[in-house]
Design a protein around this ligand. Sequence first.
Ligand code: UD1
Ligand code: CA
Length: 457
Amino acid sequence: MSVHVVILAAGQGSRMKSNLPKVLHPLAGKSLLHHVVENAENLGTAGTHIVIGHGAELVRESFKNITTSNDIHWSIQEQQLGTGHAVAQALPNVPDDVTVLILYGDVPLTNTQTLNALLKHVSEKSIALLTVALEDPSGYGRIVRDSSGFVTSIVEQKDATPQQLAINEINTGILAAPASKLKEWLPKLSNSNAQGEYYLTDIIAMAVDDQMEVAVAHPACEEEVQGINNRVQLAALERWYQAQQAKRLMTEGATVIDPSRLDVRGNVTIGKDVFLDINVVLEGDVELAEGVVIGPNCIIKNSKIGRNTTIHANSIVEDSSVGESVNVGPFARLRPGTQLANKSKVGNFVETKKAIVGEGSKINHLSYVGDAELGTNVNVGAGTITCNYDGVNKFKTEIADDVFVGSNSSLVAPVKIGKKATIGAGSTVTKEVEAEQLAVARGKQRNVDGWKRPVKQ
Ligand code: UD1
Ligand code: CA
């Protein structure tokens, strides 16, 4: 049976004390709901349905620029009348002959393996529940079993008898069932219970009445089924997630100086012997090849870094690609579109943007190089600026191989500098310089003999 996922995300999340709907709060740089959608799609689900209510427009909009493998079907639940009522809003869009997997928008980190194990139990004759035994089960629905150990119902905390309250196996809320059965059962739910809600959990007893088996699967750990109700829980789950990421990177061969001071907000792949110093943030798609060293306080976002390259302290690298044996920083900023070839160097207080820097070229100090193409073995002196912008349009600076740019030069684009040309320090270059020429474009030095300094009156 193919699987359609229904994600419940209509609740307000008032304990977040936020204008942002709860499911849009970020964990590791991605909204809670986005995590849930990704987890579901990792299963190869055939349909994705999200039930929204509070902040519906914001939630829907948050997916505008996100590519998902399924088109999302949105269902509006105008009033939050309970989890059973919520699922019922999505069902008209769900075909009869599929398995429905129910997830919560505020439970972000459920493992693919766990969900697969759950789904395996679902058939025409069986539904499946994800349950876990908690030391403190308070607040959760309890799993009621008969004397032979078969699950017979779920009873909510507020409806439970004292004996039932003592049960520590709880309902995570995640379950899977045939769509055809849900379509039979949900219209029969009643709200005559302690909370006056249509409880999804009441379908368990209905399944038992229908002679169906209620199978049970468990997560590998509690964090997988941890829901977020407030910012304290959000921070705790974020730290757990980050600890997992650090562990994974260490297992794959990274030295992580302090696992509690590394943050991964995306997909990071690494080679062996990567070294990550403290307070490193890796965002988006990041590839660090063997032997890469990232110094303290660096942010690397959507970038590829080649073998044995060092990004020194306090540098920011974004949407860039950096070759092998390159040195960047300290205090460098590579903005989008920077491509540094092997053995190049971008030193302290240098900003680059859309800059292609050839092999062995150096921009060592205090420069801005934007919309520029540099050949191999170019030396850009301290304080050099590519003047790429006239206030309206951007223009390109082209610097050929083996050029030497003296310190404190301004290269006013569009401009080309030919092979092996030399620019005298302090020049403002506005015209093309041909190969092997020297260009000096600055006021000539004048020395005045016996100059008397002004005196105070
Ligand atoms: C539910 C379960 C409980 C389980 C617990 C796990 C029911 C009746 N109870 O309880 O057995 O132990 O989750 O956390 O199912 N939602 C809607 N629309 C609604 C109501 C809820 O979209 O009308 C969404 C919420 O936004 C949330 C999820 O469903 O994401 C769960 O709702 P919540 O109110 O937290 O359920 P609990 O009462 O905690
Ligand atoms: Ca809850």
